[in-house]
Design a protein around this ligand. Structure first.
Ligand code: SAM
Ligand code: SF4
Length: 323
């Protein structure tokens, strides 16, 4: 079992396999970054897998593949299969924008994937295009249907933004409810890479919109999930709210993050990281294990977002850390 310097048990590893993306979401990567990590600096799937094995052997039992857009990386299904075959009972999931899913959902399912989180910010083609800065909606919706058809469990992530998609909070909830999919609303998290002219909605504002139609009851956090769940009394549907401006989810934070070039990051909101790249390239398992333990010993107590002041804005790029 892995325990961090604050006594928290850590069992969840998020792995970003690329920082590149086929969208330019305003809250994440509105401009193509000044420079991408050169392809030769990216760890191969075999190298990433070497570290994942170390992490699993030490007690990680939940792995999420993310990005950038993870489906841009060729042969992702083979990477999924490596992890699945090593530990078939691992909770293995992918977070994707869904655009490329129609062609690969079945391959991912066959490789052993069980769960997918798909970002869906709007059901209106023009609004989806305004947020992603690309005409994306029909592919994303097709991707969701395909994932459901092949038997993957799907969750939807929505980032409500003032004056852009705030009037779709209920529409997307109904879309998800009709398909028996869980939706999680994510508060916009300020970061220096996002467009300067967007403003997120606070958790309370999001809940108020839902309360305008329904009576909702707090359920609570499920184990270490950052999502706080609520139940709609009229129909029993459960939705989630991820509210990082509150610090209560840091109390039992159970996760660490690995970037595509091998930086092991203890907290999404801090710049500190250590590289496991050399260790896996040298096949030095002891060194990789020691770095993992050192990063955990220095995992910060809580994130830095107390309000939406600019000084609380993170330098970390979501497309680098995988959100
Ligand atoms: N490209 C994939 C996607 O969009 O789902 C995976 C990577 S993306 C960085 C992971 C998650 O982070 C997405 O659900 C996205 O909505 C969320 N995200 C990105 N930037 C964010 C921000 N500034 N505030 C809140 N959530 C953000
Ligand atoms: Fe790409 Fe996901 Fe970031 Fe949007 S949120 S730009 S889809 S990485």
């Amino acid at each position: 079992m892995l325990i961090d310097g604050h006594g928290r048990s850590v069992n969840y590893l998020r792995v970003s396999v690329t920082e590149r993306c086929n969208f330019r979401c305003q809250y994440c990567m509105p401009e193509k970054p000044f420079s991408w990590v050169p392809t030769e600096n990216l760890l191969s799937f075999d190298e990433l897998f070497k570290f994942i094995k170390v992490a699993i052997d030490e007690g990680i039992n939940k792995v999420r593949i993310t990005g950038g857009e993870p489906l841009l990386r060729e042969d992702l299904d083979k990477f999924v299969k490596l992890i699945h075959d090593y530990k078939p009972d691992i909770d293995l999931a992918i977070t994707t924008n869904g655009f490329l899913l129609p062609n690969v959902a079945h391959k991912l399912k066959d490789a052993g994937l069980k769960r997918l989180n798909i970002s869906l910010d709007s059901l209106k083609p023009a609004v989806a295009a305004q947020i992603a800065q690309k005409n994306v909606l029909s592919h994303v919706l097709e991707g969701i249907e395909k994932a459901l058809e092949v038997g993957l469990t799907v969750k939807i992530n929505m980032v409500p933004l003032k004056g852009i998609n705030e009037n779709e909070i209920l529409d997307i909830l109904e879309y998800a409810r009709e398909r028996n999919i869980r939706i999680r609303y994510i508060e916009y998290m300020e970061n220096v890479h996002a467009s300067s002219n967007i403003k997120g909605m606070h958790g309370k504002e999001i809940l108020n919109v839902i309360k305008s139609r329904y009576t909702i009851k707090k359920i609570g956090r499920v184990s270490n999930s950052p999502s706080f769940n609520y139940e709609i009394q009229e129909n029993g549907y459960i939705f989630g709210l991820i509210d990082p401006h509150k610090h209560d989810f840091c109390e039992d934070c159970n996760r660490i993050r690995l970037t595509a070039e091998g930086h092991l990051i203890p907290c999404l909101y801090f710049d500190e990281a250590q590289s496991i790249a050399e260790a896996v390239k040298e096949n030095n398992i002891d060194r990789a294990t020691a770095i993992l333990k050192d990063v955990l010993a220095n995992k910060p107590k809580e994130n830095r977002w107390g309000s939406d002041d600019e000084e609380n804005s993170s330098n970390r790029a979501f497309f680098e850390t995988g959100g």
